[in-house]
Design a protein around this ligand. Sequence first.
Ligand code: SAM
Ligand code: SF4
Length: 357
Amino acid sequence: MQNETLRPETTPAGLAEFRPVIDPSAQSHPEGTLVDKYGRRITYVRLSITDRCDFRCTYCMAEEMNFVPHSEVMSLEECLQVATVFVGLGVSKLRITGGEPLVRKNAMWLIERLGALPGLDNLVMTSNGSQLDRFAQPLREAGVKRLNISLDTLKADRFKKITRIGELKKVLRGIDAARAAGFTRTKLNTVMMRGTNDDEFADLVQFALDNALDLSFIEEMPLGEIHGRNTTYISSEETRDRLAQRFELIPSTENSGGPARYWRIPGSESRIGFISPHSHNFCDTCNRVRITAKGELYPCLGQNDAINLLQVLRADSSEESLRQAIVDSMGIKPFGHDFTQQMDAPQVVRFMSMTGG
Ligand code: SAM
Ligand code: SF4
């Protein structure tokens, strides 16, 4: 979407004049500019634009969270600068995430500009769905291609328990709004938790089939200091076995470029995916890095090494310094995470809401 289509009320004061400088030579980057030391090409960035959220999901956040002070969070212009440099380095897919990205004030200002960024072919978002009844249409108009929406249960009281403060009906309205806005291949994300939602997996699959949605089941990861994960962990394999009692699951060779492995159900277009960081490590094909709301570049979700891009940006706002820091980060991308199923001790001290899922 071009600038003239920006609604004035969503344009923060002082931001409208900012234009990223795109170096044309950087856009025609040589093949494999961002290649890590294991030869993996990085073409996908997950950008967290806030660590704040209107839910407090038990697997993602502590009940009392200390959020990052606003002064330490990347401004929207800084987010755009970082994204622009990545795209110049050959990144073609960007996922906006959080926290809940749609609670970031003026998020549309950024999203409209990202949607117009030459070379960024695939702008997508992960959301909890709570704000989509307002934002689905503007997101679509801004060029967001696909949405992932988290949904762990179809029961309102259970939803409240899992999210602590969320309302299921808002999310269901959001899913409807996404469809009405013309989004297709919307994917639900379901974190599998024994004793919490494992009796609903088949119903969630049926919901996906009935609403022409894809669905990915996610094995819970040990991120942040949250106790009790050992007892709730449930593997993709176990879930698949249970689903097979109700559905015919045909393994699919389809690959969305991510860690999910997909199954199809005859007679439906929906894909049922499994993201299995424990039981099926997918690090060898990793093509992504993550940027936190504080501007830290984490080359791996499951490790603690990071490079602080915001520090670089605020010390010297030149695009060249930022580009160099990003290129240098390839040197610290580890081969992979080493999540084990000993989940009670956090293997990574950051919460998922901080790194961005
Ligand atoms: N608020 C948005 C949402 O919930 O979709 C985007 C951010 S959220 C951190 C991104 C994804 O991470 C969600 O699908 C959520 O279920 C998942 N997630 C959060 N904590 C997790 C954990 N410990 N293990 C596995 N997935 C997790
Ligand atoms: Fe918020 Fe998403 Fe984390 Fe739930 S999973 S607390 S919705 S950031």
